[in-house]
Design a protein around this ligand. Sequence first.
Ligand code: SF4
Ligand code: SF4
Ligand code: SF4
Length: 825
Amino acid sequence: MMDQKRLHEIEARCTQESPPRCREACPFDLDVRTFMARMAEGKPGEARKLMERHLPLPGIMARICDAPCENVCLRRDLGGSVAMHGLELACMLAVGPQGRPLPLPPKRFSIAVMGAGLAGLAAAWDLSRKAYPVTVFYAGTPSQAVLETYPQLGSHGDAACPKDFLAEDMELLARQKVQFVEAALDQSLLDKVAAEYAGVLVDAGVVPSLVPVLADLDEEILHWRDNICCAGWCNQTPTGHAFASSSRQAGQGRRAAQTLERVTSGVSLTAARNKEQGALHTDVKGIAPVPRVEPAEAVYAADEAVAEAARCLQCQCMICVRECVYLQKYKGYPRVYARQVHNNASIVKGLHTANALINGCALCGQCEELCPENFSMAELCLSAREDMVENGYMPPSAHEFALEDMENASGAECVLVLPDTSLPSGASPSWLFFPGCQLAASRGEQVARVYALLRERMAASADPGVALMLSCCGIPARWAGRANLFAEHMEKLRQAWIDLGKPRIMAACSSCLTALREALPEAEALSLWEVLDQMGLPDGPLVSLAPSVDEVDKSGNGQPVTGQGTAINLPEVFSIQDPCTARHDSAWLAAVRSLSRRAGARIEEPRLSGASTACCGYGGLVWCAQPELADEMAAHRSAELPHAGLASCIMCRDRMAASGKECWHLLDLLFPDCAHAGTGAEKGPGLSARRANRAALRRRLLREWLGQDAPEPGKGRVLMSQEMLTRLEERHILLGDIESAVVGAEASGHRFENLENGHILGSWRPRQVTFWVEYQPQGENFILHDAWCHRMVVPGSGGHEAVDVINSHQCCTDGQRGGQGGVQS
Ligand code: SF4
Ligand code: SF4
Ligand code: SF4
């Protein structure tokens, strides 16, 4: 389970809430991005409100700020930095003040400011707005020091600046009750005010001889000694020339004012001051340069200001969100989601609102791959799932169906460990072929053909013997957060592998490979594709080299059977679809490309491929917990492939084909005689057919390789339309469950009859799931009119007493109850 510390570490990785570079560079934390958005909308009043909220002396700063934000603007190399300073001035000139500060009760600590330079005035501004009584001691006139440093403040009334912002801001300072007192700014005054006032700020730009050098202070805190802070130093060039930077001086004034607040209230001067945040990442790839809009006159006109502000890129990250349908669905970004997951884990009783968020992630790892900080939603969501399972908060509707499917694929009907009987007695096979339960469910014929090829080829190799194992690899348990179930399952596989003599494993499914490598690290596990690629097979389809078992048996000498494969018209170009669980398996990725080319396919890489590939919606059991989201994922990925897809994972192939995308499996290219012209467009088998296919493959292999006959399944008695079958699939109801529910209702008599239409309503609750069936007897058989199920733990019925939210896909409303359609046998 993930501890709070780790959760916070993960959350902190996402930089989406970090300020953009411009705001980061602004000493006053001005929200430049929003300012630009308001200006681009032609709302200078809204923009000025932001300036007034953030800037000390907003008029003065609009006139003289040297705009360090422009030096770092991401537009700089894309047409020139956005003209922040010019737009601030245009904004302040376009509209008048946008409100007054809220009146606050006066603070009891008085502050003295020695020197009315820019730093001193900025500090006086900030402190007086927080109701500190502030007295500014000046020499000459109140404006003299600032005018001497920034003479342009005096040249108002011309085209460059029609307004006297200095006078306006001095007037506002007076309104904020700042006292101006003329005095000799010397040591005796400093000693006096230090004794009489709660805090003192010395303006280093005005009285440099009274203050230490900046290097002697912490530049962020600017605390000198006791109750005294300093601010307003000039910058020094390497040659020793001093010059004043308006943003730096005023920024120091603000920081010193913040320190004085802490000095007077006895709070730590440093605590929580420098919030460590990663720099905001912004991807500017593909953004076209747009030249800076230069004002026709000295100041931007309204339309020019709108156009220039519109050049702002509104910098943000969202790199991962842009690519992931799931991350988009919840309208936030990983940092927000991390908080929601954290809050969800803290709820003891009540509605766990982030359950859908936690169970919607495909655990595919694309976000981690794309994120410059490697933020992993998969790690977060998987850990949260484990947490929910452990605490009994995981609703059965989320993953139970998938876990039952795993049980079936690893149960007596489907599981098979086939030894290599061609080996001398007592010899262990060098290899174990692990096709995976979904390939077995969808491409049984090809699994049989691959195995025959491997048997034939390996017989003559230096590492003879290849066994076969039909089973689920256990990854559904891992994805469901059932760590114990996963461990138990893997222990069974480990035992079977040990019994076989610890052969090298070759898997045809990248999820299987991931699970096996994680839970069986002592085994050498690689992909079927690497083995086939390195086998020294000639280029071209393998069909001519893959004898059927009968042919091998007949020849008896293990020689390949030659002949031409069935020619099918394959697409001219394929877009490679890499499975997400193979994104870091470079050997898998390379072997798939090599085999595809050798089989004669022209392949192209889509925009996101290899390590950055996207999930088809099978990963993480999204298909089970949130089928609609999984379908969106498949459709999204399909749309990203410009050509027909070529997948090395059968679930990628089947899910993309189900979304309407032509998609082929690598085995279709290697064994084209198992395919036909429409194979790429053909949907994969449904949920019930998958189970039947796995069992059929087991029977076939037993018969072909061991000469054993396993019993064939009985014929069902429930008949239904194709439309009804589709509906059952959507609701994750299997034909076997329907049979049991109908037969069970008939046998037990737990059924109601609708006397108006003769339909019978029966129910069956074999596990945490209840099936409802509406049917009608017809001779020996039954016609199914509708069926529903819901999965929930009923309080008091045993197990965790967590009431489930019924998944809409698994329990339809009355409105969904459809007609019966035509009857099929
Ligand atoms: S890529 Fe995603 S997780 Fe990473 S910083 Fe950007 S928004 Fe946050
Ligand atoms: S483009 Fe806009 S948000 Fe990005 S750095 Fe420049 S001004 Fe700031
Ligand atoms: S679905 Fe994949 S890319 Fe999206 S959040 Fe989950 S792991 Fe990341």
